[in-house]
Ligand binder design. Structure first.
Ligand SMILES: Nc1ncnc2c1ncn2[C@@H]1O[C@H](COP(=O)(O)OP(=O)(O)O)[C@@H](O)[C@H]1O
Ligand SMILES: CC(=O)N[C@@H](CCC(=O)OP(=O)(O)O)C(=O)O
Length: 296
């Protein structure tokens, strides 16, 4: 028989979560699940359980997923070269087709299935469904040291969200369904845009007036040059980390997303390690938050 003290300790864990449940009931949390974080099958299932638990306690979780490494493997199988500029994949027409196939097909449905297994009801969509995310070509600029100025770089069919029509998400919420969104946008002429999943999650979080944006990745959070976790960041901190080269690659769009989100009404954005089982629950429902919190 389990001893009474350990039973009480279990109940204490639930009681610790109570004020958070009361505070967050009815609020929308956007959770971005990165392609790197997905690689651990046990963490993938525990992620689905966390999302179902959020829904069960009255929070509205909206999942936006990535799949960069998985797109990379598929392109490799097809013998297509892929290149990144500041964490963004240069996307020609063929690459856009592959990105849509991998994101909206394989990955999206896998997450939907996991949420189903965990006892929830998820609906997998992309930014094309219900014209959820209208996009245009991203005009990207990169600093050219020789010229000492920012120069335009053509990234092909990389999109930036220009408008979010939240109607479909609202319908799904009313129906008790959890939206799972692939980061594909639609152009005015029906073209397919490959959108960085962090950017997509940030745009959706701002449009929904989400209370929190969580970005799940494969590091503990933002690390300083010594590899130590930075637990709290403000917009000036982020500008400094970018200027002194502490952040690079995929962390650049991630922190830009956090900045945009908190400057556009999202209360806080958190970067956390999605390889840790139940990372989302630990962050939301315990006193010891994990990861890097960005606030204005
Ligand atoms: N200062 C930093 N702290 C943490 N990670 C960083 C930093 N600078 C660059 N990175 C890189 O950013 C990566 C996370 O971005 P990304 O690979 O796009 O992840 P995801 O697929 O989850 O979106 C980390 O794995 C790490 O290699
Ligand atoms: C424009 C751009 O870079 N799009 C990304 C979309 C997927 C993504 O962002 O996935 P992660 O979150 O796993 O990195 C790509 O093609 O890889």
């Amino acid at each position: 028989m389990t001893d009474p003290a350990s039973l009480i300790a279990r109940a204490d864990i639930l009681i610790e979560a109570l004020p958070y449940m009361q505070r967050y009931a009815g609020q929308t949390f956007v959770v971005k699940y990165g392609g790197h974080a997905m690689s651990d099958p046990a963490a993938a299932l525990s992620f689905a359980e966390d999302v179902v638990l959020l829904k069960a306690v009255g929070i509205n979780p909206v999942v936006v997923h990535g799949g960069g490494p998985q797109i990379g493997s598929m392109l490799k199988k097809l013998g297509v070269q892929s290149e990144f500029v500041n964490g963004l994949r240069v996307t020609d027409e063929q690459t856009a087709d592959v990105a849509e196939m991998v994101l909206s097909g394989a990955i999206n449905k896998e997450i939907v299935a996991h949420i189903g297994q965990a006892g929830g009801k998820a609906v997998g969509i992309s930014g094309k469904d219900g014209r959820l995310v209208q996009a245009r070509k991203l005009e990207h600029r990169v600093y050219d040291a020789e010229r000492d100025e920012e120069m335009p770089v053509d990234l092909g069919f990389v999109g930036e969200p220009v408008a979010v029509d939240r109607a479909l998400i609202d319908h799904l919420e009313i129906a008790g369904m959890i939206p799972v969104i692939a980061p594909i946008g639609i152009g005015t002429n029906g073209e397919t845009y490959n959108i960085n999943a962090d950017t997509m999650a940030g745009a959706i979080a701002a449009a929904l007036g989400a209370a929190r944006l969580f970005l799940l990745t494969d590091v503990a959070g933002v690390l300083d040059k010594q590899g130590q976790l930075l637990t709290d960041l403000t917009p000036p901190d982020i500008a400094r980390l970018r200027a002194d080269g502490t952040i690079s690659g995929g962390m650049i769009p991630k922190l830009e997303t956090c900045l945009n989100a908190v400057e556009n009404g999202v209360d806080a954005a958190v970067i956390l390690d999605g390889r840790v089982q139940h990372a989302v629950l630990l962050e939301i429902f315990t006193r010891a938050g994990v990861g890097t919190l960005v606030r204005v």
